[in-house]
Design a protein around this ligand. Structure first.
Ligand code: URA
Length: 236
């Protein structure tokens, strides 16, 4: 006989969100089991139970999908945008209920993963997994070796001191008065790279995430996406 499992685990396996987030959703009374609104944790279900979230029946039948998008600037990574701006879901039309893994600012382009696997979202975004993210940054002005050192060692971005980062100068263009850097970090504080550059007095002119771990978007045109291969999913 099939074992019953906790409702939040069942929901995560259906791709709703991470288990922890699903617990919050349950406590917000957004989930029904067999027509009854669930108000507390501890309920167990199996495939014979009818589970509804936000008025829709959810099931594990949906296969897990993992997508890599090369996000253009001008798109937000929120799912339901309160200002009705274009979102990454306008670019990736699939039947599964996918969500972005982490975030990229509206004016940042590059690599973002989308999936319907809630546990994967949790794993990839949790700081303890220390997944490296590589950014190409164009800043106004000529960066000095000392400033590179400061960025590498960690800077105070207001509410947080950043951990060590790998920072490389890619190009210095004295005529245009710009510098291009590669910055590799494994944290994901809000607007972290922009705030790191601001902390050394430099204005970011363009920001592109070229890699998440070893997943690169160099073979995708801006706005293009593809499914991840099995060996790429296992990396995380
Ligand atoms: N750092 C930023 O400043 N913005 C992003 O979108 C990602 C990292």
């Amino acid at each position: 006989m099939e074992e019953k499992e906790r409702l939040q685990k069942f929901m995560a396996e259906c791709g709703i969100a991470s288990r922890r987030k699903c617990e919050e959703i349950i406590l917000q009374k957004k989930v029904k089991v067999n027509g009854q609104v669930i108000t507390e944790l501890g309920v167990k279900v199996d495939n014979n139970d009818v589970v509804e979230y936000d008025g829709k029946i959810i099931s594990k039948e949906n296969e897990k999908v993992y997508i890599l998008l090369n996000k253009p600037i001008g798109y937000v990574t929120t799912v339901d945008d309160q200002f009705s701006r274009d979102t990454v879901l306008d670019l990736v039309k699939v039947n599964e209920r996918i969500v972005p893994v982490g975030r990229l600012d509206m004016y940042t382009s590059g690599a973002i993963i989308l999936t319907n696997d809630g546990d994967f979202v949790y794993k990839v975004t949790h700081p303890k997994h220390e997944i490296e993210k590589t950014y190409n940054v164009t800043i106004k002005g000529i960066i000095t070796k000392e400033e590179v050192e400061t960025l590498s060692n960690g800077v105070d971005i207001g509410d947080y001191i950043t951990k060590k980062a790998k920072v490389k100068i890619l190009k210095i263009d004295k005529e245009k008065n710009i510098s291009r850097l590669e910055i590799v970090i494994h944290e994901g504080k809000n607007r972290q790279v922009r705030r790191m550059c601001e902390a050394i007095g430099k204005k970011v002119l363009a920001l592109h995430r070229s890699k998440i771990g070893n997943l690169s978007v160099k073979d995708l045109k801006i706005g293009e996406w593809r499914y991840l291969r099995n060996n790429e999913i296992k990396f995380f």
